[in-house]
Design a protein around this ligand. Structure first.
Ligand SMILES: Nc1ncnc2c1ncn2[C@@H]1O[C@H](COP(=O)(O)OP(=O)(O)OP(=O)(O)O)[C@@H](O)[C@H]1O
Ligand SMILES: O=P(O)(O)OC[C@H]1O[C@](O)(CO)[C@@H](O)[C@@H]1O
Length: 439
């Protein structure tokens, strides 16, 4: 008998290795084309990586190609599917939910899909969070709204209890839409299911507006988020320009990575300073930020700063506080900069008009823009194809225009960072290092 274990993604290993896919339950999707069962993608950046490390050519890592398989592991007529969204919000969550439901319904004829409410908490009995039936009617217009119709949450859940619930409800496939924490949770659920001998496919669609997930190209919702942040920067510019000695500061999200700050600044060319977690900066002294801001205002009459929330943490006291999921609570760099810049001008007897913008929750709660919407749908479709073909413990991603299957462990190690020197290749190397070292 074929089990999920026979069908798993093996992204590490020689590209000549025969596919592990050799037995199937049967069935066909109603798609017009099928991905060859052995199709794998070899990316040139990984070739370069391996060559730099001096590893033999036959160990090149490959990624399984995403797309519909001709033969399925689950019977569309009887498969039961669950969907859950966890962690912080992100534009496009509803698009992903909608596309999962529609793909299952339209292309596979799957009728039994439920949404677990408020993240993994919805898989814990006794909290009054009954799953909701996800039908085409229910999801028809949800993409027009920001947020997630399923709700979300942070905080720890017992993986044993979660798998108990999946088994009790007869769930065969669980789609997890969430960030790195959610993917760690998904991995543990997949492991626990395997340990119990339960054929439950767990497939992730990675999410974060911070865009710091390695191996998947840009994360969905990021483009919408930075486009909106760019509007705040534009507003800061207009306010600062119109004032005598105007200083505009825009604080955006980005705990560990400054992608939103950088891309939103690049989108409008209105920012004079962009501060990101990847680049420490001095506040005081001749080469400190305060002096640079003062000079910029003296030269052009105003200045605009964009700061990612994780930047400049070295200048702030930390109390070790964490959120419900154990993520460190950052100290407020925006407030510190407002105080220090204002004090700096005042202490010199100079006037300053400071305008502070924090579009954080606004930019992540809006509906996805069209390009993100399309991307969400394609990720969701890839996830459905993978799950129906019996893949588990994996996420979907788009690397260099190809939709691929990526083992979860690839995306939970070493977040992707802005490469301050512009060396994208090196940042790929960094984000790739951990999985390779694990071999
Ligand atoms: N290390 C972990 N092991 C198992 N499960 C985890 C782990 N970390 C988080 N989770 C689960 O994933 C859920 C979401 O995690 P978290 O709050 O860190 O958000 P996230 O998925 O990282 O998204 P975001 O990018 O918005 O922070 C938690 O509620 C928890 O159930
Ligand atoms: O306030 P919340 O909901 O915990 O989320 C904030 C965090 O979520 C993120 O957007 C990641 O999803 C971080 O940049 C940010 O610090």
């Amino acid at each position: 008998m074929v089990t999920l274990a026979d069908l798993q993604v093996r992204s590490l290993g020689p590209c000549t290795v025969p596919s592990p896919l050799s037995h199937y339950v049967g069935g066909r999707a109603t798609n017009e084309y099928y991905v060859g069962e052995d199709d794998r993608v070899l990316f040139d950046d990984t070739v370069e990586l391996i060559q730099r490390r001096g590893l033999p050519l036959e160990e090149l890592p490959t990624f399984e190609t995403g797309g519909p398989r001709a033969r399925l592991f689950f019977d569309p007529g009887s498969v039961r599917v669950g969907v859950v969204t966890c962690g912080g919000l992100c534009p496009g969550l509803n698009d992903v939910i909608r596309a999962i439901v529609m793909e299952l319904h339209e292309h596979y004829g799957v009728r039994d899909v439920v949404g677990f409410r408020n993240g993994y908490a919805g898989l814990v009995p006794g909290l009054g969070l009954e799953p909701v039936a996800l039908t085409p009617d229910f999801v028809a217009n949800i993409h027009e709204r920001g947020g997630t119709v399923l709700g979300s949450s942070r905080g720890a859940q017992d993986v044993g209890v979660v798998v108990d619930t999946l088994q009790a409800r007869g769930i065969d496939i669980l789609f997890v839409i969430g960030g790195d924490g959610s993917m760690r949770g998904a991995h543990r659920i997949a492991e626990e299911a395997t340990a119990r001998g339960a054929d439950i496919a767990v497939v992730g669609v990675p999410k974060t507006i911070d865009n710091d997930i390695p191996h998947i190209g840009q994360s969905f919702g990021f483009q919408t988020a930075y486009s909106r942040a760019a509007q705040s920067i534009k507003a800061a510019k207009i306010e600062a320009e119109a004032s005598l000695n105007g200083v505009g500061l825009v604080k955006v999200m980005g705990r560990h990575a400054g992608f939103i700050a950088c891309y939103s600044a690049l989108a409008g060319h209105d920012a004079d300073f962009v501060l990101i977690p990847e680049v420490p900066f001095a506040l005081d002294g001749d080469n400190g930020l305060l002096e640079h801001v003062r000079r910029k205002v003296a030269a052009q009459g105003h200045a605009v700063l964009v700061v990612a929330e994780g930047a400049g943490q070295e200048h702030l006291p930390h109390d070790g506080a964490t959120d419900a999921s154990g993520n460190a609570r950052l100290a407020d760099i925006g407030r510190l900069l407002r105080e220090r810049i204002t004090d700096d001008f005042t202490s010199r007897g100079e006037e300053v008009l400071f305008r502070y913008f924090d579009p954080g929750y606004f930019i992540r709660s809006v509906p996805a823009e069209p390009s993100d919407s399309v991307y969400c749908s394609r990720l969701a479709q890839t996830a459905v194809h993978a799950a129906m073909a019996g893949r588990t413990d994996m996420v979907v991603g788009r690397r260099r225009h190809r939709f691929v299957h990526v083992p979860i462990s690839y995306v939970t190690h070493r977040p992707h960072h802005v490469s301050p020197d512009g060396d994208l290749w090196l940042s790929v190397l960094e984000s790739t290092a951990q999985p390779f070292d694990m071999r």
